[in-house]
Structure formats: structure tokens, C-alpha cells
Ligand binder design. Structure first.
Ligand code: AP5
Length: 218
């Protein structure tokens, strides 16, 4: 199964991609995670990426396309992947299509996780991340047992720089201007399915599981 998760920042793409990846045995390809790893490594490329990310701006298309096409050249994942956060612009979607077509591996579904601005702003500004295992908490919705400490490894939680309110609002604007148009692009290809990203994690997960079960049966 080849799936793209599309939606605004904070719609829950990463959260659902992890579950789908476990349930359906898919490689989880998150451009945001790849870039954060590069930033952590302290490399020159990572420093450059961090400049875009901290401002809530998109990394240039050529950089993102190169990273993803390199990953998708791996034949062991070509038939089973979930793309989380890519494509995010029209040139990225066109490049992805070109690559998939030349390798005869068409996408099965693009899941558009529709979510409202108020909901995602509250989710992202309240998010706290474990510095060790990367688990995502939310100060109200998914609080750790002990404030500021990860339940799983006792490491400290931090707030992503791009989760500060001003940057979250910019990320929303960038999404509206550069990514939302992909909804029409994929609707035209008849592989788009829409889900309500405002639902809570479990409800959304149940909905997606049911969707894939029904799609597989049909
Ligand atoms: P990236 O890390 O991909 O960020 P994003 O897509 O902007 O947003 P998030 O990952 O924060 O949201 P999400 O939808 O995955 O939600 P999540 O499950 O995490 O990208 C970061 C940056 O990298 C970009 O700004 C850009 O600079 C660069 N970049 C990445 N890809 C790029 C590309 N293709 N092109 C160019 N640049 C690129 O959940 C968020 C929070 O909400 C968590 O706390 C979670 O616990 C909680 N939550 C999740 N689901 C629910 C729910 N249903 N109910 C309640 N809370 C929930």
C-alpha cells in the first residue's frame, strides 16, 4: 500500500502515520523527522535546514525532492510506504508523480486530514516532545504522568521552536498558500479520501482503520 498523508501542520499526520505504519507494515517517511535528524547532527546542511524550519518556512523543493526520491529508490519500501509531510507544494507533487510513474509504482491513496485553524494552533502550541525518544505529548490532551518528563524513559520534554505561536501561525499561512492546492490536484486523480482531523486520536484512528478495511474488501 502506498499512501500520502496530506493536511495542515498539527492535523495529526505524524501520529496517524506511526499507527498506520505499525498496523499495515509500512515504511514511515516523514520529511520533518528527516530534517530534524539532520539539524541534530549539526552538519552544515542541517544548519541551513534549521533556518527554514525555525521560521516556519518550507525547505526548497529541490532539496526535499532529492531526499525523498533517494529513499524511494530502495526497492524494499517501494510497495509499502506512508509519506508524512511530503509532497507539500505543486512542484513536489509533480516530481513525486514523475518518479512513481517511471518506476511503475502508483499511489493507492492520498488521505486529506482536514483540520481547523483553532484546533491545530492549540495542538501545536501545547505539544511537548521527549528529547530522547521523540514521543509527542500535549500539555492538556496527552499530558505525561509527571510534568515535563517522558513516561517511557524519564528524559526531559521540550517545545519545538517552530511550535511557538507566531511560527505556528506562519506555518498555517504557508500551508494555506502552498500546500492546500494539492487537495484539488489529487481529487482530479481520484485517489483522494477526506477525514476529519479535528477528531481525537482514537476516533481518527478507528476511522482510518475502517476506511482501509473497506477499501481492501471492495
Ligand atoms: P513537519 O514536522 O512535517 O511539521 P508539520 O507537518 O508542519 O506539522 P507537524 O508534524 O507538527 O503536524 P502533524 O500533522 O504531523 O501532527 P502530529 O501528529 O505531529 O515539518 C516541519 C518543517 O520541516 C516544516 O515547517 C518545513 O520547514 C520542513 N518540511 C517538512 N516537510 C517539508 C516538505 N515536504 N517541503 C518543504 N519543507 C518541509 O500532532 C501534532 C500534535 O497534536 C502532537 O502533540 C500530537 O500529540 C497532537 N495530536 C495529534 N493528533 C491529535 C488528535 N487527533 N487529537 C488531539 N491531539 C492530537
Amino acid at each position: 500500500m502506498r499512501i500520502v498523508l496530506l493536511g495542515p501542520p498539527g492535523a495529526g499526520k505524524g501520529t496517524q502515520a506511526k499507527v498506520l505504519s505499525n498496523n499495515l507494515k509500512l515504511a514511515h517517511l516523514s520529511t520533518g523527522d528527516m530534517f530534524r535528524d539532520a539539524v541534530k547532527s549539526g552538519s552544515v546542511a542541517g544548519k541551513k535546514l534549521s533556518e527554514y524550519m525555525q521560521q516556519g518556512l518550507l525547505v526548497p523543493d529541490e532539496t526535499v525532492n532529492e531526499i525523498i526520491t533517494q529513499k524511494l529508490k530502495d526497492e524494499s519500501i517501494q510497495n509499502n510506504f506512508v509519506l508524512d509531510g511530503y509532497p507539500r507544494t505543486l512542484p513536489q507533487a509533480v516530481e513525486l508523480d514523475k518518479f512513481l510513474k517511471s518506476n511503475k509504482i502508483p499511489l493507492d491513496y492520498v488521505i486529506y486530514m482536514q483540520a481547523s485553524e483553532d484546533v491545530v494552533i492549540s495542538r501545536l502550541t501545547g505539544r511537548r516532545v521527549c528529547e530522547k525518544c521523540g514521543y509527542n505529548y500535549h500539555i492538556k490532551n496527552i499530558p505525561p504522568k509527571k510534568s515535563g518528563i517522558c513516561d517511557y524513559d524519564g528524559a526531559e520534554l521540550y517545545q519545538r521552536k517552530d511550535d511557538e505561536e507566531e511560527t505556528v501561525r506562519r506555518r498555517w499561512k504557508v500551508y494555506s498558500e502552498q500546500t492546500a492546492l494539492l487537495i484539488d490536484y489529487y481529487a482530479g486523480k481520484a485517489i483522494l479520501r477526506e477525514v476529519d482531523g479535528d477528531l481525537d486520536v482514537d476516533a481518527l484512528n478507528k476511522y482510518l482503520n475502517a476506511l482501509f478495511q473497506n477499501e481492501n474488501l471492495s
